[in-house]
Write a protein that binds this ligand. Structure first.
Ligand code: HEC
Length: 179
């Protein structure tokens, strides 16, 4: 009997102090919010703003900035021609590798080192010749990263290959075919 009474009292005391604790916590939070937003010029927004670090780097979102790996020459030297052949499937809908075979785009036979827009009988847009003379590996790399940025107005409706490795493998493949 006596034991039950004692434990009930103890339980009551514990509950009581928990309640006091909770009230103190709520009170504290309410005070904090008043303090943080109440006195002009010290809102929470401004407190957070103090921690924004200005990096000066606004290149985020550019296709070129996707991969921060080894430079392109290194990737090209280590390229996997077999993988390049499968990347070419993305181009094959519009480009043949057979000389003189025109699809939506001109034949890419011997394209590495070839003069830009030089396939006879293909109706080029003129946008490519405006920005490059010869399809060296660097020009192809730049063009294939984002065709419409490299050659504004180009008739090639292709978004580009964002991965440096894909471009390196593909260009190595095209180069391996010779011309
Ligand atoms: C939707 C069709 C389409 C796809 C897909 C496409 N191309 Fe093209 N491509 C074209 C057209 C059309 C042109 C002609 C562009 C112009 O005249 O502005 C072109 C032009 C080119 C040229 C310039 C050729 C020259 O004779 O100067 C190269 C190089 C090229 N494409 C490579 C590629 C590669 C590599 C891929 C795959 C990664 C690819 N293209 C995907 C349609 C396409």
């Amino acid at each position: 009997m006596f034991d039950t009474m004692t434990s009930t009292k103890v339980l009551g005391a514990v509950c009581g102090s928990l309640l006091v604790f909770l009230f103190a916590k709520w009170g504290g939070e309410a005070l904090y919010h008043v303090g943080a937003t109440g006195h002009g010029g010290h809102g929470e927004g401004e407190i957070h703003a103090a921690y924004i670090i200005e990096t000066g780097d606004d290149s985020q979102g550019d296709a070129e900035a996707v991969d921060e790996g080894p430079d392109f020459a290194t990737l090209l030297a280590e390229a996997d021609v077999g993988k390049g052949a499968s990347v070419f499937k993305k181009c094959a809908a519009c480009h043949s590798l057979e000389a003189g075979e025109t699809k939506t785009g001109p034949s890419l036979h011997g394209i590495v080192g070839k003069s830009v827009a030089s396939t006879d009988g293909f109706g080029y847009s003129g946008a490519l010749k405006a920005v490059a003379e010869t399809w060296g590996t660097d020009e192809l790399n730049a063009f294939l990263t984002k065709p419409k940025s490299f050659a504004p107005g180009t008739a090639m409706s292709f978004n580009g290959l964002k991965k440096d490795k894909d471009r390196a493998n593909l260009i190595a493949y095209l180069e391996s075919l010779g011309g």
